[in-house]
Write a protein that binds this ligand. Structure first.
Ligand SMILES: Nc1nc2c(ncn2[C@@H]2O[C@H](COP(=O)(O)OP(=O)(O)OP(=O)(O)O)[C@@H](O)[C@H]2O)c(=O)[nH]1
Ligand SMILES: [Mg+2]
Length: 181
């Protein structure tokens, strides 16, 4: 994570901190929708599968973070994840909170843990689609996945603050650890 960047007028802003967030999960669990919600873009409820991967960014409280949205289809994940997940400060593993998907997600958590250095990156589960009938409780999902888990609904913009707070907290923790190294 570099500690400075340029403002739009070309003046160096030494206080703005950069970082990389990745969204990983099976197809249609809501990764692209979550990224749109974070960057306050209009949410189209139609499903357009992400081909390969997409990039975005989110700025808040002196942070400017790049966001990597990995298309959930197996061929894409296999091809792109191992190449582009490196250097992530925070990985969100997204599930649609159905029992079947939570089990698939457990495999993805283990895969991501194998690709990333444990001390340099946080992995957090987002238990999405909490508005849908039959969703699992985030606490149960946390017990199965064995990583911190946040219950969320990507199509409801009022969840944005909670997500921004979680991201801000993680980035501050990572900054502190880097300063202590
Ligand atoms: N009801 C409900 N629908 C959601 C929620 N989040 C996403 N969706 C819908 O689920 C569908 C898939 O969402 P996407 O964000 O495109 O899924 P994705 O994980 O990016 O899928 P891939 O790009 O194929 O990996 C879309 O129709 C969204 O509107 C949610 O919290 N609740
Ligand atoms: Mg997508």
């Amino acid at each position: 994570m570099s500690s400075s960047t340029f403002k739009s007028n070309g003046v160096r802003d030494s206080k703005q901190k950069q970082g990389k967030i990745c969204f990983v999960g099976a197809p249609a669990v809501g990764k692209t929708t979550l990224m749109k919600m974070l960057s306050q873009k209009m949410i189209n409820k139609q499903y357009f599968p992400t081909q390969g991967f997409d990039l975005g960014s989110v700025s808040f409280n002196g942070f400017k973070l790049s966001m990597w949205d990995f298309g959930g289809q197996k061929a894409y994940l296999k091809h792109y994840l191992s190449q582009y997940i490196h250097g992530a400060d925070l990985v969100f593993i997204v599930t649609d909170s159905t029992p079947k998907n939570v089990l698939t997600t457990k495999e993805l958590v283990q895969h991501a843990q194998g690709l990333l250095p444990q001390d340099a990156c946080r992995i957090i589960a987002l238990a999405n689609k909490q508005d849908l009938k039959g969703h699992m409780d985030p606490k149960r999902i946390k017990n199965i996945l064995d990583i911190p888990t946040i219950g969320i609904c990507a199509i409801e913009p009022e969840y944005r603050d909670e997500l921004i707070n979680a991201i801000g907290w993680c980035m501050e923790e990572i900054e502190k650890e880097k300063m202590n190294e």
